[in-house]
Design a binder for this molecule. Structure first.
Ligand code: NIG
Ligand code: FE
Length: 396
């Protein structure tokens, strides 16, 4: 098995509070097989490759755990409407919002979607993202939801986690949400499963979108079919989405802006991760989630962009971290944790990546910058090299 030695690393501690000089590690078959002090490198070992990291800082690469990166068109004109006072729900009621992206996505060829989405992927990769979650949810019919998920399979660069978000909004072909959810369970999910196009199922629980009751039946059926679940929860109101996520042991409850003290306590006792999306909150001009209360209670908090053409047309991780620090009182180590190990937990892949543990994928960033240079300047990621499974992927 090919072994690569990385030496002279300034390895960041697991709590992102300090770093140890003169560390080394060995990567075998894409995974960490040994980590230790520079002067303890196992002797009598043959290395196929050696990298001298020249005392650069080495930290886990980023895991972006919530995006809607497959879509056609833009909603730039809608931004101006919202900014002049027309609400998100009003725009949706006029046939704009998610349904306007749906029309464009249905009409777009798979090849064009692959090209456009790959550009988004490259933008994440440039910022040190080694694992990227992407949801479907802008097609809302069998043919085009499958098309969207198949697009994800054709992308290159990071590791991808695909999520089926057919339950994003009610498409015009259906009169009621219940009928549409039945169609998803009976007609779409079996194909997603058979073709192995997604491991997870998501739903947008909110008034005028999907209500808690029908969502519960839908998610229970998805679970029975072997999907993991995640929920767009409590973004615009106390919609019951977080309660349901906790009740069903969902991997994550995303947005989680409207929370009672009781829900915060329940979060802290559960494995469900609160995925917070402050760049979307900035664009939506809504309150920021109570990150401090969640963290102080002991809940697991992850951060992500929520990149999509409507509520969050930015892919900027630095802005997300900056807002978490400025507006949500998160410390810098908490932001790093939220974008690495906690994001891995949100995607159910923490046994495989998210920190420097033996046996995990050797995904890391090395840089001449300090930790304090990250999540500091909006729009800027410090220069770095990204390694995925021990292989240099790109320099930024
Ligand atoms: O996470 N809230 C639901 N879905 C997206 C927005 C989708 C859109 O506006 O296109 C979100 O904010
Ligand atoms: Fe989202």
């Amino acid at each position: 098995m090919a072994k690569t030695l990385f030496k002279n690393a300034k390895l960041v501690s697991s709590d992102f509070k300090s770093s140890d000089h003169k560390m080394a590690f060995i990567v075998e078959d894409g995974r960490f097989s040994w980590i230790g002090a520079q002067n303890k490198i196992p002797k009598k070992q043959k290395f196929q490759k050696e990298f001298d990291l020249m005392n650069k800082l080495v930290l886990p690469s980023f895991i972006e755990c919530h995006t809607h990166s497959v879509f056609a068109g833009s909603r730039a004109e809608e931004f101006e409407l919202r900014n002049t006072g027309v609400s998100y729900l009003e725009i949706a009621a006029r046939g704009g919002g998610i349904l306007s992206t749906m029309k464009k996505t249905r009409d777009e060829s798979a090849a064009k979607l692959v090209k456009k989405t790959q550009m988004h992927v490259d933008q994440f990769l440039k910022q040190g993202v080694s694992t990227l979650e992407i949801k479907s949810g802008y097609a809302l019919d069998l043919k085009n939801e499958i098309k969207s998920l198949e697009v994800i399979k054709k992308l290159k660069g990071p590791r991808f986690v695909s999520t089926f978000l057919g339950a994003h909004a009610l498409p015009p072909e259906f009169k009621t949400h219940a009928e549409y959810l039945d169609y998803l369970v009976e007609t779409v999910l079996p194909v997603v499963k058979k073709k192995k196009l997604a491991e997870r199922v998501d739903i947008f629980i909110e008034q005028k979108f999907f209500e808690k009751g029908p969502a519960e039946q839908f998610l229970k059926k998805a679970k029975q079919m072997g999907f993991q679940i995640t929920i767009h929860a409590n973004q615009l109101s106390l919609s019951g989405g977080v309660d349901l996520a906790l009740q069903l042991n969902a991997q994550s409850a995303d947005h989680s802006i409207y929370l009672t003290d009781d829900l915060i306590q329940k979060f802290s006792k559960s494995k469900t991760v609160a995925v917070l999306l402050p760049a979307a909150d900035l664009y939506m001009k809504c309150a920021y989630p109570p990150a401090r209360k969640l963290l102080d209670a002991g809940a697991t908090v992850a951060l992500a962009t929520d990149f999509n053409p409507g509520s969050c047309p930015t892919q900027d991780l630095s802005l997300v971290g900056l807002l978490a620090r400025l507006e949500m009182k998160m410390t810098l180590p908490e932001v790093f944790t939220a974008y690495t190990s906690s994001a891995a937990k949100a995607l159910g892949i923490f046994q495989d990546e998210g920190d420097f543990s033996l046996g995990k994928r050797a995904n890391f960033i090395c840089t001449d910058a300090d930790l304090s240079d990250f999540f500091y300047s909006a729009g800027a990621t410090p220069d770095h090299f990204l390694f995925i499974c021990g292989k240099a992927v790109r320099r930024n």
